[in-house]
Write a protein that binds this ligand. Structure first.
Ligand SMILES: [Ca+2]
Ligand SMILES: [Ca+2]
Length: 262
């Protein structure tokens, strides 16, 4: 696939502009970038969300065969027994509610195992090895028709998960404390979110926040089910803007100090 196949009106740089509604963006993918660009095109959204008066932007990508962001902390849940409804993992507490649980395999009408392809399992195997492609044979999480809460010990701005059989009634809520930062839906990551259980129904989804960080993620579903695995988190924002802001405030305070003393 070459750059000639791209429609001519596509923006060439990431449009970090204020947006009132979800907006399709392809700006951060280079023209001519190889395989998968079209899926990325379809699955990439930018949305502006008001967060305590601060404009926060979230960027969502969804790629069949995609993988976790490099340098992420990874959670495969493979040490958790099927049937468990809670788990304490390093840096993460998982709590499943009502019909949600850690599961393996598929149960007709209740949950279906995600199908791994490409880089979906890269780094999630024992000792950081790669998991095999194919129907997920490991422990994963199903929300049932309820919810799973992922409470992290610290704040992150980048989240990833392997989202299987994506349904339009699946929701992913991001919180900072009790403040809801934003929600990503099944329709945000797949145009035909109809619970497909084949390879094209599973995507690796990346969510990047600009300007805020989350410490809790809730996967919920109004029907059976939201199935996911291979969660990844990291901080990609180096905090430079925050440091500059605080530094600027510090300078202002220092400039004001002599006046007060005088
Ligand atoms: Ca797993
Ligand atoms: Ca599903």
């Amino acid at each position: 696939m070459t750059s000639a196949t791209l429609p001519p009106f596509l923006p060439m740089s990431t449009p970090h502009r204020p947006l009132g509604i979800a907006h399709i963006s392809v700006g951060h993918f280079a023209v001519g970038q190889a395989a998968g660009w079209y899926l990325r095109l379809l699955g990439t959204l930018l949305a502006l969300l008001p967060v305590s008066g601060v404009a926060a932007m979230i960027e969502v990508s969804a790629v069949v065969g995609g993988g976790a962001s490099p340098g992420s902390t990874r959670y495969s849940f493979d040490t958790v027994a099927a049937g468990a409804t809670a788990a304490a993992l390093p840096g993460l507490s998982v709590q499943a509610v009502d019909s949600a649980a850690f599961v393996t395999g598929s149960l007709y009408g209740s949950y279906a195992a995600p199908v791994l392809s490409g880089a979906n399992g890269a780094g999630f195997g024992p000792g950081g090895t790669d998991q095999a492609s194919g129907v997920n044979a490991t422990t994963y999480l199903s929300t049932g028709n309820s919810a799973v809460s992922l409470q992290f010990d610290r704040d992150y701005d980048t989240f990833g998960l392997l989202w299987g059989s994506v349904d339009d009634y699946n929701f992913l809520d991001f919180y900072s404390g009790s403040t809801l930062l934003g929600t990503v839906t099944g329709l945000d990551v797949m145009q035909s979110a109809n619970g497909s259980q084949d390879i094209s129904g599973t995507v690796y989804v990346g969510v990047v926040f600009n300007g805020v960080r989350f410490d809790r993620v809730v996967a919920r579903s109004t029907h059976h089910a939201f199935e996911f695995d291979n969660v990844s988190v990291r901080v990609s924002d180096d905090g430079l803007s925050v440091a500059l802001l605080l530094g600027g405030l510090g300078v202002l305070g220092w400039l004001r100090l002599p006046r007060r003393m005088g």
